[in-house]
Ligand binder design. Structure first.
Ligand code: GDP
Length: 282
């Protein structure tokens, strides 16, 4: 609680308050801390030393800047000689990233509850613009890691699905898109983003199937009509992110990148496409 208040105080006191929040989720070891550290370094916001107190047990909030050459959703057609580029260089767009720990039990309590808190914000200034779900694409060949990662992603998406449904038509909830940041593409053992998408979809499909079966068994036992939802609704269909977008309106993009390694030769270029995704949300 206290560190968050301190951060907010700090931003209000020093910089103009940044208004766009992104939540960084994903299993432990995916590269979340490395990513936020890199974004901070790229932004060269020297006074924001939030990571000096960072332990893997706490979530941290950092304010970073979008590179001026990255187009934003509201300014999509910015070209190199556009005056808005000069403006963007003079007054770079800031956004906030909340990093969350990814360890087994903590991630549910902290990651999902963070998602809950941030997505419920009514204030347009602090509302959640998007979720970045980071995965280690070299680790997904391991069955247990794949299952663990897909379970976490499933829970995040199911939360967003419930949120989307609960929004009454009068006060429609704004969509929160999800970026699956397929990290560590520099490693030669890494699965390409297309394969990452397929593996996650297939695994989420299995999770859905076993959940449906579990619910049937449970309701047979207790006689209770459990109204538990199925991710993507249509349980006859095989799960895919397209199905989720079509049925529920939640958009999931899988985009490759690398926080470390050779792709970083050009400083920060390995995360460029994720920054472009962030820009599109702004
Ligand atoms: P977190 O638990 O999600 O915060 O993961 P960390 O940021 O602590 O990263 C876990 C490990 O993966 C660290 O040793 C990082 O240096 C390494 N790592 C992060 N990103 C990359 C990447 O893009 N490529 C490679 N090769 N290693 C990475």
């Amino acid at each position: 609680g206290v560190p968050i208040a301190l951060h907010i105080f700090f931003f209000q006191a020093v910089a103009s308050p940044p208004s766009s929040n992104f939540l960084l989720l994903g299993p432990s070891g995916a590269g979340k801390t490395a990513f936020t550290t890199l974004l901070e370094a790229k932004s060269s916001l020297a006074p924001t030393k939030s990571h000096s107190t960072h332990t893997s047990q706490q979530s941290t909030l950092v304010t970073v800047t979008l590179p001026p050459t990255v187009p934003t959703g509201s300014n999509r057609y910015r070209s190199d000689n556009d005056p808005s580029l000069t403006e963007a260089m003079r007054n770079p767009i800031k956004y906030r990233v909340r990093d969350t720990p990814g360890h087994g039990k903590l991630r549910v309590s902290q990651g999902i509850s963070e998602l809950q808190t941030m997505s419920q914000s009514k204030d347009i200034k602090t509302r959640l613009r998007g979720v970045v779900f980071m995965v280690d694409t070299a680790a997904l060949v391991d069955e247990a890691t794949l299952r663990d990662t897909a379970t976490y992603l499933h829970d995040v998406l199911l939360f967003l699905q419930k949120r989307a449904k609960n929004g009454s038509s009068s006060k429609r909830t704004t969509d929160i898109p999800v970026l699956v940041a397929a990290n560590k593409q520099d490693l030669f053992t890494a699965l390409p983003p297309g394969a990452v998408r397929e593996k996650l979809e297939a695994e989420i499909d299995r999770i859905r199937k076993s959940k449906t079966k579990g619910l049937l068994d449970a309701s047979a036992d207790t006689g209770l009509e459990d109204e538990e939802e199925i991710l993507g609704n249509d349980e006859q269909e095989t799960f895919s992110f397209k199905l989720l977008e079509h049925e529920v309106g939640i958009k999931v993009d899988v985009v490759g990148g690398a926080v470390k390694g050779d792709l970083q030769e050009e400083f920060g270029s390995g995360v460029r496409r994720w920054e472009e995704w962030v820009g599109m949300c702004l």
